[in-house]
Design a protein around this ligand. Structure first.
Ligand code: SF4
Length: 698
């Protein structure tokens, strides 16, 4: 009986940024099932991933001992069988593996300088682990070449929010939608990617809230929408500027709010004059009258919110997209009150916390810039060590470019899978193969671990304690429910052991000690102690006193910028980097699907989820399939300038006739073989959401 258990432990779901609190039911040393509990974000609810996606932790592929590449191993590549890695790797004890890992990195430092070593940390680790990881790279190697998957996710949103609002986090929790009259959901598919948040959005629509969904791909939320704007891919700025131009032309903006709390309004207003809906309609593929009606609905509402996802951020104009959304909210005064706010829906369960903890190349914890001497001095004091580089570090894709150039020769990769997740993944895999020394720390032998010299076996999320921060700014405590398999250890413990072997005097014996040190440098954690989190389970930051559960809404009395004013930054139309042509006539976009998580390493090893979605698939409009002469369920070949894959095609009317949608979870047909690595110049995020593609019958 799967509901038979002898104890339960409360923790947080390891998948998306909603951060649902869970009760894990355990018998012996195995989790038997999972229930939702009354966390601040989920109020007892769970989606299919949270409920059924837990048994990957008991999968036979789990790494249980440290592995070292054999001296007679074949050349590095993707051909390692996770069930039988012995032709490539041999078993080692912790002592030998950690010594080899540390000595290899130290040797590169001694020979080529600290800049020859870089690190990718993880948004799937705890805040304490993210903090320790960035500290290790900065303190030991003296530079800021440390990043994580936020670069592939909301880096452009963060760039725009920091620039114009002065803070990268959401201004209101998604639960605030219950106080809104209108809500825009753009470039996000919450029914599949933030399913529990989507239940709140649907309830909002059912009780009469106006839900405006904007997406080049149709989606399930459409059924609940007052307006569904299925705009042309890449036309986001034109569409949003047209909506704002209407608000200006029809005098619907909130002059009092603009005067009190913003700057650069006159420039924005003048800029918008060229974007009348009638001029933009064809470019966007949306009738001018619809654009005008959406503008009126949003601007005249008492309270409005804006939610966005990767469809907004993963473009070379991703920062401009977010600038537009910020301007739209500001001009309507829809920030800082109940039912208003800007909310980029965070993807991974701890991408907010890992970014807050400084796991990014331009910022130390709490987004304090590395270029500020006083900030670096403060962290050097907390760390009890000397200064480190004032130069902003390289980002994820730049680090792999630097490997190709030969300036970076060694990497420590914790819980990230760039061999699957990076754009133009062939280029990324070639970089990994080229490294002189690669240390990978993970729970499975991932595609990236295939290229490692040393593999360190880590505990899964439900096997360790720590704090995580969800999309709502809610810092939550995760508790260890079961023991890690074999010799696997929590990530923080492995990083500490590695740091000691690299000569650092780190004495942490528990994540609570790391948290306490981290909080010394982070004002956002004021009044949020470890003990309080253990007692309360969750506290939202900022928390104004030891008894304040935290502020669901911020910036009602000004912004963390000069004179407390947010800024309008006008955005011009920039075409996608690759425009379809006769050779590659269609548009490819990528994303996730409900049952699978990112590169699939966990969910494809979860029995129920893999049974529901076992096969690599793409989605094409039925008319496109007819034109190709392919039946639904047949195979097609997708070809871009970077490579090709063969994949099963589904018929899906939600996809436009000139588009193909490809989930990126499947190694056997990896979407990122095809994606374009062109970067947004501000957030340095790649253009995952737009590549010119040719589709052929296979
Ligand atoms: Fe987990 Fe997200 Fe689903 Fe909640 S909505 S159960 S956090 S995957």
């Amino acid at each position: 009986d799967s509901r038979d258990f002898d104890r339960e432990v409360q923790s947080v779901c390891p998948f998306c940024g909603v951060g649902c609190q869970v009760s894990l039911k355990i018998k012996g040393d195995r989790v038997t099932h999972v229930d939702g509990i009354n966390g601040p974000a989920n109020e007892g609810r769970l989606c299919v991933k949270g409920r059924f996606g837990f048994d990957y932790i008991h999968h036979p592929h789990r790494l249980t001992v440290p592995l070292i590449r054999r001296s007679d191993a074949p050349p590095k590549g993707l051909d390692v069988d996770p069930a039988n890695p012995w032709t490539h790797f041999r078993e080692a004890n912790w002592q030998e593996a950690l010594d080899l890992a540390a000595n290899g990195l130290a040797r590169l430092d001694a020979t080529h300088g600290g800049q020859s070593v870089a690190g990718f940390g993880s948004a799937k680790c705890t805040n304490e682990e993210a903090y320790l990881f960035q500290k290790l790279i900065r303190q030991r190697f003296g530079h800021n070449n440390v990043d994580h998957c936020t670069r592939l996710c909301h880096a452009s949103s963060v760039a725009a929010l920091m620039e114009n609002v002065g803070s990268a986090a959401v201004t209101a929790t998604f639960n605030e939608i219950e106080n809104a009259d209108v809500a825009i959901v753009i470039g996000a598919n919450p029914v599949e990617n933030h399913p529990v948040a989507a239940t709140f959005f649907k309830q909002f629509a059912k009780r009469g809230g106006k839900l405006i969904v904007m997406d080049p791909r149709g989606q399930a939320l459409k059924r609940h929408a007052t307006h569904m704007l299925q705009f042309r891919p890449g036309a986001d700025v034109a569409m949003l500027n047209a909506i704002m131009a209407t608000i200006v032309e029809e005098g619907l903006y909130d002059q009092q709010y603009i005067d009190a709390w913003t700057e650069n309004w006159e420039a924005e207003k003048a800029h918008l004059a060229q974007f009348a809906p009638e001029k933009m309609a064809e470019h966007c593929g949306i009738p001018a009258e619809t654009l005008r009606q959406v503008a009126r609905d949003f601007a005249t509402a008492r309270a409005g919110m804006i939610f966005w996802g990767m469809g907004v951020s993963q473009h070379i104009h991703g920062t401009d997209n977010s600038r537009c959304l910020i301007s739209l909210a500001l001009m309507c005064g829809h920030v800082g009150r109940p039912g208003t706010g800007l909310h980029p829906l965070r993807g991974q369960n701890n991408v907010q916390g890992a970014s807050d903890a400084g796991l990014i190349p331009m910022f130390l914890p709490d987004y304090q810039t590395v270029t500020d001497d006083a900030v670096r001095a403060r962290f050097s004091e907390i760390w009890g060590s000397g200064d480190f580089s004032a130069q902003r570090g390289l980002t994820v894709t730049e680090i792999l470019d630097a490997v190709h150039e030969g300036t970076i020769r060694g990497m420590y990769i914790l819980g990230e899978n760039p061999a699957m997740s990076d754009p133009d993944v062939t280029h990324a895999r070639e970089a990994l193969a080229k490294l002189d020394h690669l240390v990978v720390q993970d729970i499975f032998l991932t595609e990236t671990a295939n290229y490692a010299d040393v593999i360190l076996p880590a505990a899964a999320f439900y096997e360790k304690a720590g704090t995580v921060t969800n999309t709502n700014r809610q810092v939550q405590i995760a508790r260890a429910a079961v023991r890690p398999p074999g010799q696997a250890l929590p990530d923080w413990q492995i990083t500490v052991e590695l740091a000691r072997r690299l000569g650092l005097d780190w004495q942490y014996t528990d994540p609570s000690e790391v948290y306490t040190e981290m909080a010394r440098g982070m004002r956002s954690l004021d009044n949020i102690t470890w003990d309080r989190l253990v007692n309360d389970g969750a506290v939202t930051y900022p928390s104004l006193s030891p008894s304040d559960p935290g502020q669901a809404i911020v910036f009602g009395d000004g912004f963390p910028r000069a004179e407390g004013r947010a800024r309008f930054t006008p955005a011009a139309i920039i075409p996608p980097d690759e425009v379809p042509d006769s050779e590659f006539p269609m548009v490819m976009t990528t994303g996730r699907q409900l049952e699978h998580w990112h590169t699939g390493s966990m969910t494809r090893r979860s029995r129920v989820l893999d049974a529901v979605e076992p096969e690599a698939n793409c989605s094409l409009h039925p008319a496109t399939l007819r034109r190709l002469g392919v039946e639904a369920g047949g195979m097609v070949r997708l070809i871009t300038r970077r490579g090709e894959i063969t994949i099963m095609a589904r018929a899906d009317r939600a996809v436009a006739e000139d588009m193909v949608f490809v989930p990126f979870a499947y190694v056997e047909a990896a979407a990122n073989v095809l994606t374009n690595p062109a970067l947004d110049p501000y957030g340095k995020i790649p253009e995952f959401k737009f590549a010119a593609v040719r589709v052929e019958p296979a």
